[in-house]
Design a protein around this ligand. Sequence first.
Ligand code: HT9
Ligand code: FE2
Length: 382
Amino acid sequence: MSSPGSAAESSTDPAPYDALLLVSFGGPEGPDDVVPFLENVTRGRGIPRERLEQVGEHYYLFGGKSPINDQNRAFLKDLRADLAEAGVDIPVYWGNRNWDPYLTDTLAQMAADGVQRAACFMTSAYSSWSSCRQYRENLFAAVDALPEGSPAAPKLDKLRHYFNHPGFVEPVVDATLAALAELPDDVRDGAHLAFVTHSIPTQMNDASGPPEQGGGAYVRQHLDVAAVIAERVREETGREHPHELVYCSRSGAPHVPWLEPDVNDHLAALKEQGVPAVVMVPVGFVSDHMEVIYDLDTEAMATAEELGLPARRAGTAGTDPRFVRAVRDLLLERAAAERGEPVERPAVGTTGPMWDRCPVGCCANPRGAVPTLTGEREPIDQ
Ligand SMILES: CC1=C(CCC(=O)O)c2cc3nc(cc4[nH]c(cc5[nH]c(cc1n2)c(C)c5CCC(=O)O)c(CCC(=O)O)c4C)C(CCC(=O)O)=C3C
Ligand SMILES: [Fe+2]
């Protein structure tokens, strides 16, 4: 952790950055948006039609509206307030991969506003093609889509991965403690912690992280942070709750291997083993978007109920002030680093602070090379 008076905390200077860009996934805002949104997400992906119809139903169950855009609006509001209060003078923009405001429109606006160099914060904390590199491809495509003769696009940098930043982890520790506290007294002590993240194809996990580290970064990063949270929970409760990493939201064709076990199968296995209760900790997600409110709160909770397994779901980092502040800290840390000043890089667990620029070939696209921005060499193919 940085101490008072450290370079990272005393400076409020965002230079060389003159803008911050929140990069997210996007989601439908009403029933008419659901099909076009799903088409945007799955273009060229070979996801079975039945799966798409099912996922459409998840959205219709919530009025055709994903919570993710409102969550990003709330985050932006708090982030702008945090920056203003700390005296960090910088505009904050927002662009999505799959829905309005689209990154292409946001980049055009930033160019028109004369932004020279922007730091990008992604609402996705871990390494993998889906959770990191694909956003970097989206940034390239957004810049590439600027019409001929329009003002030059800003230079873009991605703020480092924050899955192991204390500002992301500590809110999840507290949320886990709160969920444990909600369990009935007679089952709490024996409860397991089921850390949940988005399943991805095993091949995508194998290709995650820098090639010279042998891949598997997606799972490794989750295991690292899960161990940290479980240990922090042990410190706070004086009791060790066994923990596992499990997965939700598998899509893709059945013959393609994805990361397992699925959270629902895991709940059944826990019941079978005589485990008295479980807390699901959606450590792979930064806010309570559709994967959380459908796949966990609706589906997995129904599974737990059927099994007669007492279960609670821990909250996500969301708009916790510590998480909002982490964005400010990451911005100022990177700004100082870019100015050549010494910086402290807070990180928990065993992985250590992540790089500022993704190495060449990091998180390879399973479908072949696509140019990206914000890496060590850009724009690059793999
Ligand atoms: C790792 C990961 C994250 C976490 C990191 C991050 O946050 O980025 C994430 C987030 C999200 N995924 C989301 C929605 C969807 N993801 C899909 C499909 C897929 N996700 C994948 C991976 C991930 N996804 C993969 C490998 C696919 C298969 C197709 C492909 O290779 O791309 C599909 C298609 C239907 C289906 O098959 O489920 C939908 C609708 C939403 C919005 C939720 C809302 O609306 O509230 C969010 C935040
Ligand atoms: Fe997804």
